[in-house]
Design a protein around this ligand. Structure first.
Ligand code: DX5
Ligand code: ZN
Length: 225
């Protein structure tokens, strides 16, 4: 199947003092999704954005807002993020986040949003096989979550390939999104492994020309896969 690479620009690397300007700029520059990292100081050490930031982003763009919840007990705040205007709600698969993953993903669908499940580098595919039919997106972390600007972990590549193969064998077609340390140099490797969405923080917001940065990533993306 031919899949073109979608770019989800990660606001963690943006100038938050100018959130509206930054979101409009990456929208104009050709980003496909806006990625919002929610960190609660418990699942990961940092605290980042909450529903009010999602609400602000929603006002600045019509692009899908892709919300990555690095939090414990996401079930307590799904409705708040849905109400704030998130399009995609992605929850971590690890039991340190939620004990009832199947229920959480089902609730996201009931809220009218697109459910996604996230796996950390140490988390095997086996942890999500029983919920794959519930999700539109699998986000495979290519760094350990919690901070922007970390180095890409190439040892995750075989897991991406195995996940795509597993989905194909079952006739499932979720987006496979990769997150962490991604840039024009990793684009070919992750797309060849089977990813079709790339989160890019520093690789876009850290560059002077966002359109050129996005174009450089796309130019390196392998296609077809
Ligand atoms: C890390 C976050 C990422 C982060 C990626 O925990 O999930 O979305 O923004 O940043 P870069 O692309 O700069 O590695
Ligand atoms: Zn993220």
């Amino acid at each position: 199947m031919t899949r073109s690479l979608l770019i989800a620009a990660s606001l963690l690397a943006a100038d938050i003092g100018q959130l509206d300007v930054e979101v409009r700029a990456v929208d104009r520059a050709g980003a496909d999704w806006i990625h919002v990292d929610v960190m609660d100081g418990r699942f990961v050490p940092e605290i980042s954005f909450g529903p009010s930031v999602v609400r602000a982003v929603r006002k600045s763009t019509t692009l899908p807002v892709n919300v990555h919840l690095m939090i414990v007990e996401p079930e307590r705040s799904l409705a708040a993020y849905a109400d704030a205007g998130a399009d995609h709600l992605l929850v971590q698969a690890e039991p340190g986040s939620t004990v009832h993953l199947h229920r959480v993903l089902s609730v996201i669908r009931e809220l009218g949003k697109r459910p996604g499940v996230v796996i950390d580098p140490a988390t095997p595919i086996a942890w999500i096989t029983e919920v794959l039919h519930l999700v539109d997106i699998v986000l495979v972390m290519t760094v350990n979550p919690g901070f922007g600007g970390q180095a890409f972990l190439p040892e995750v590549l075989p897991k991406i390939a195995a996940l795509r193969e597993h989905c194909d064998a079952r006739g499932l077609t979720p987006h496979i999104e990769v997150d962490g340390g991604e840039d024009a140099a990793t684009a070919q490797r992750v797309t060849e492994a089977g990813a079709d969405v790339m989160v890019a923080g520093n690789a876009v917001f850290g560059r002077p020309d966002y359109a050129a940065a996005i174009a450089a990533i796309r130019a390196n993306a392998g296609s077809p896969i």
